[in-house]
Ligand binder design. Sequence first.
Ligand code: HEC
Length: 132
Amino acid sequence: MSVLVVLVVSFLAYSFELYVEPPPNGSKKVTIGSPEEQGKMLWQQKNCTSCHQLYGLGGHLGPDLTHVSSQRSPEHIAAFLMSGTIVMPNYHFSQEEINALMAFLKSVDESGNGDPRTFKLNLDGTISQKNN
Ligand code: HEC
């Protein structure tokens, strides 16, 4: 019985500690109404993920776009979004929508740098990642 009490108390204490701990410094909040967020909504509404992957997840007709912002010029990305191709549909986006999608892809690019070899395993079983 006392073992059970110890387990319950430590579970509650640890849960409390995890919930009150502030998020790591590097985590960036996407604010509501920001271009990134509008771009994310467009990404979902137009179902870009049916053909493209982010972080390796998604359809395979088109390329993975996690790092497209750093691999391609803004003009290159805008050209695809403006007119599509034979395979990729033309969504007739406005300039504002193109900017929003590019801001979203840029934020994905910045967040998608998780090389597991750089992770540090903490004593309590959680992992921390160096901000790169
Ligand atoms: C029907 C499948 C399909 C959908 C849906 C689609 N794409 Fe594509 N996309 C492609 C293909 C295929 C390519 C590669 C170029 C080609 O061969 O046409 C591509 C290329 C791109 C590129 C250029 C990538 C590079 O490295 O050159 C970007 C950026 C892009 N798509 C963004 C989007 C966004 C944003 C959406 C949603 C609004 C979207 N795509 C929806 C199929 C699709």
